[in-house]
Ligand binder design. Structure first.
Ligand code: PLP
Length: 424
């Protein structure tokens, strides 16, 4: 379908045909959901062995009774696992509760209210406070900034990570910039993996940024490979050590999409100075995390190799779903300019871009045909995509047959919206 070369009659004809197809799909009263990046029930079931795995033995390797209070930074065996996932030393890891997002919120809040370098360094003492957000990005990162009144500036994502020239330029010239959000591996939503050169340059931001600057390195998809040859991500902490910027990066990960999304274990990794400062305020909020759940995870994953074996089972379940979406996109848009898409060899999302000005309309049309999509704009700060173009597709929850139907609807909606725009 080449819209720009089509005559007015041809466009009208396409509109009538597509509308007929759309109404036919609408009459099926579908109820399908491609919104949130959640694991499917089959994926969750891979971890059912955790139920009862302790068999009455609640003692961790160093003799701690995990049922009791205490241990603000988690049990040793999970620190080891977190350290391996995030490529840091065991002593640089704090093991938390079920959500890395909670740790991110608490870390930003700590920096804002109390300061990682003492009370004088609290961001709230200086206004405005700004973050840089590579776009498209993760809506819940943006929500944390919005909640605290932190202004968000954007830089474009490339296939190798954020546009570093733009990012360095902002950070160097604006001391109000206190933070940067990053999803370095299989980025949400484009699937990009940051190149070694980008990781190196991000590790160097601490030298050119104003005081109190922190990179929030959300490695949510560190082990979520779909292919047989996992993408390599350079260790940011190693890069920081070389440049003397260890305090400028705080890392996060979790087992939310490894075991149970609602009952996993979260990790934070940071320099000793940052961890100590953070524990100071965390220790006011809690006497300690759920160590029993941490021990259940440690027994399920006695090594990183065991965790990788487990992730290969996830990949077997998810791969056909990604393939279904990608095949349909290729068939529909591979040879025309109605849409572009990006997807990594891992993670949870496919990022689709319509022609400018159509994302909200596509989402509206799909919803009216029973297919729920992530709201247009969600991948941008304040929910505002300046091009109204990006749509995040999350293919893990529906089965392949459902996805196939949902994508038929999606394709028709993109074509219909595009043809109508060309007519208007
Ligand atoms: N970070 C990213 C980039 C995500 O995509 C998600 C969930 O979709 C999360 C964090 C949430 O992590 P958690 O369940 O550990 O809070």
């Amino acid at each position: 379908m080449q819209l720009d070369q089509a005559t007015a009659e041809k466009l009208q004809q396409w509109e009538r045909d597509l509308n007929a197809e759309y109404e036919q799909l609408q009459s099926r009263s579908l109820n399908l959901d491609l919104t949130r990046g959640k694991p499917s029930a089959e994926q969750l079931s891979l971890s059912n062995a955790m139920d009862g795995i302790l068999a009455g033995d609640y003692t961790s390797a160093d003799g701690t009774d995990t049922r009791n209070y205490g241990g603000i930074d988690g049990i040793k065996e999970m620190k080891r696992l977190g350290a391996e996932i995030l490529q840091v030393d065991d002593g640089e890891v704090l093991v938390g509760g079920n959500s890395s997002l909670t740790l991110m919120f608490q870390a930003v809040l700590h920096a804002y209210l109390f300061g990682f370098d003492g009370p004088q360094s609290a961001w709230s003492r200086q206004q405005p406070v700004q973050f840089v957000c590579p776009v498209p990005g993760y809506d819940r990162h943006f929500a944390i900034c919005e909640q605290l009144g932190i202004e968000m500036l954007t830089v474009p994502m490339t296939a190798a990570g954020p546009d570093m020239d733009a990012l360095e330029n902002l950070v160097r010239n604006d001391p109000a910039i206190k933070g940067l959000w990053c999803v370095p591996k299989y980025s949400n939503p484009t699937g990009a993996v940051y190149s070694a050169a980008v990781v190196e340059r991000i590790a160097g931001l601490g030298r050119i940024a104003g005081a109190g600057f922190r990179v929030f390195w959300d490695n949510a998809y560190a082990v979520h490979d779909l292919g047989d040859t996992p993408a390599a991500l350079a260790s940011i902490m190693d890069c920081c050590r070389k440049q003397g910027t260890e305090d400028s990066v705080i890392q996060f990960a979790s087992t939310s999409k490894i075991t149970f999304a609602g009952a996993g274990v979260a990790f934070m990794a940071a320099s000793a100075a940052n961890l100590n400062a953070f524990k100071g305020s965390l220790g006011i909020a809690t006497i300690g995390p759920d160590k029993v759940n941490q021990l259940r995870h440690a027994r399920l994953f006695p090594s990183l190799a065991a965790l990788h074996d487990h992730m290969r089972k996830h990949a077997q379940i998810i791969k056909p779903r990604f393939a279904c979406v990608l095949d349909q996109l290729e068939a529909a848009f591979g040879h025309c300019d109605l849409g572009r898409w990006e997807s990594g060899s891992g993670g949870y999302f496919i990022s689709f871009s319509t022609r400018p000005g159509l994302a909200a309309e596509v989402v509206r049309l799909a919803a009216a045909a029973g297919v729920k999509l992530t709201p247009a704009g969600a991948t941008f700060p304040y929910g505002r995509d300046p091009d109204d173009s990006n749509i995040r597709i999350a293919p893990t929850v529906p089965n392949v047959a459902e996805l196939d139907t949902a994508m038929q609807v999606f394709v028709i909606c993109v074509k219909l919206a595009s043809v109508r725009q060309a007519i208007a």
